[in-house]
Design a protein around this ligand. Structure first.
Ligand SMILES: *Cc1c(COP(=O)(O)O)cnc(C)c1O
Length: 390
């Protein structure tokens, strides 16, 4: 089966659901048993997540269907759904770290992940240090005797540096470390387990949902790592609400066509932006002259619609004029819905291993499913406002 066929069919069991194409939304807390034997069996095999769990917090046929689908799409073996992408990151880091351990985190990591490491894990005796996203096999020199986890996110948040994940993973494995990765941008276009990743985390909130109407996280592993992740889920009492799970399951069925169009539109918009005199650099690995393009081409089968734009120096009020007057690009965090977004960021983004060297302000664009001609016209007027106010 090829990828798109898998995505259309995986995790569906119409014969168990009255013939319905999609599994229904199971709203439940208590799950009832007829016999003591079944009851004790379900409770003794909590981690099995067979189609009969002991308690709906652990799962129902709705969540098992999505877990099976995500495992298959990412090339892992087991998946855990949790209430948000951030919760997925927290569960995964908790599962593989303990007091006295050290974790190496990519410097371009999603900012809340950095805060979690610096301000929360530190309270439990775990030390985090940061590494250059372009450091491939050279990461070996940073691995200490107590390093247990190497954490990747490729491409990086806001600035989209592509990491040499296979080289990093090989070096990490030689020293006995687990490789965790935030694969939210790569999604179905980066198969983490084929590139040496042990634990793949995604914000299902983004393209998996795809319609800006849910918050969800996924943690995917191979069988050998399931016990740690599943046990941590029990300790923390993680859960994903059935309606969000259902919407995400509905979302993934159209993922390949949506993502292809997001990429096509983003390329059209990015190529137009690249030629603008106001712009220093477009940070989008799918562009031929992006520094990460060769690695992206080697390891990814496509791109999504999210990229960065570095501007020449402009005052804040000029950037505000650009953003606030946009007709189709909304101002707001998160991304991966069908609609376009624009958010500002600056040189003051926290980095400790590398320096973010932007001459002026920067923008993060999410290119949605609108007609790219309309998006370009919207941006053209935006650049006019930027110049008028700059
Ligand atoms: C949005 C995002 C997250 C967090 O996901 P939530 O569902 O909002 O908690 C994690 N990593 C990346 C790269 C993201 O963009």
């Amino acid at each position: 089966m090829k990828r798109d066929t898998v995505i259309a069919h995986v995790g569906r069991h119409p014969e168990e659901h009255f013939g319905a194409v999609n599994p229904p939304v199971y709203r439940a807390s208590t799950l009832l048993f007829k016999t003591m034997e079944d009851y004790h069996h379900a409770r003794a095999h909590r981690l099995d997540r067979t189609r009969r769990s002991a308690y709906a917090r652990i799962g129902t046929p709705t969540s098992f269907a999505l877990e099976d689908a995500i495992s298959e799409i990412e090339g892992g073996e087991r998946c855990l759904l949790v209430g948000s992408g951030m919760m997925g990151i927290a569960v995964a880091l908790h599962a593989f770290l303990e007091a006295g351990d050290h974790v190496l985190v990519v410097d371009t990591v999603y900012a809340p992940t950095r805060r979690f490491c610096d301000q929360f894990l530190s309270r439990y005796g775990v030390e985090a240090s940061y590494y250059d996203p372009y450091l491939g096999a050279g990461i070996a020199a940073l691995i200490r005797p107590n390093t247990r986890v190497v954490y990747c996110e490729s491409p990086g948040t806001s600035t989209f540096e592509v990491q040499d994940v296979p080289a990093i993973a090989a070096a990490a494995h030689r020293k006995g470390c687990k490789v965790l990765m935030d694969n939210t941008w790569g999604l179905m276009n980066f198969r983490p387990f084929e590139h040496g990743v042990d634990v793949s985390i995604q914000a299902g909130t983004k393209y998996i949902g795809g319609h800006s109407d849910l918050v969800l996280g996924t943690v995917t592993v191979r069988n050998e790592d399931w016990e740690r992740v599943g046990t941590m889920s029990h300790f923390l009492g993680t859960h994903a609400g059935p309606d969000d799970v259902y919407l995400a399951l509905r979302g993934i069925r159209t993922l390949p066509v949506r993502l292809e169009r997001h990429m096509e539109n983003a390329l059209a918009v990015a190529r137009w932006i690249e030629k603008r005199p106001e712009v220093v650099q477009v940070m989008y690995p799918a562009l031929e002259n992006d520094p990460g393009h060769a690695l992206w081409k080697r390891d990814f089968t496509g791109a999504c619609g999210l990229f960065g734009v570095a501007l020449k120096p402009y005052p804040d009020k000029a950037v505000a004029a650009l953003i606030e007057g946009m007709e189709y690009f909304g101002l707001g965090v998160s991304w991966g819905g069908y609609e376009s977004l624009i958010t500002p960021f600056k040189n003051d983004t926290v980095r400790t291993a590398t320096k973010l060297d932007l001459p002026g302000p920067a923008l993060r664009l999410h290119v949605g499913l609108e007609d790219p001609d309309d998006l370009i016209a919207d941006l053209e007027k935006g650049f006019a406002r930027l110049n008028a106010a700059g």
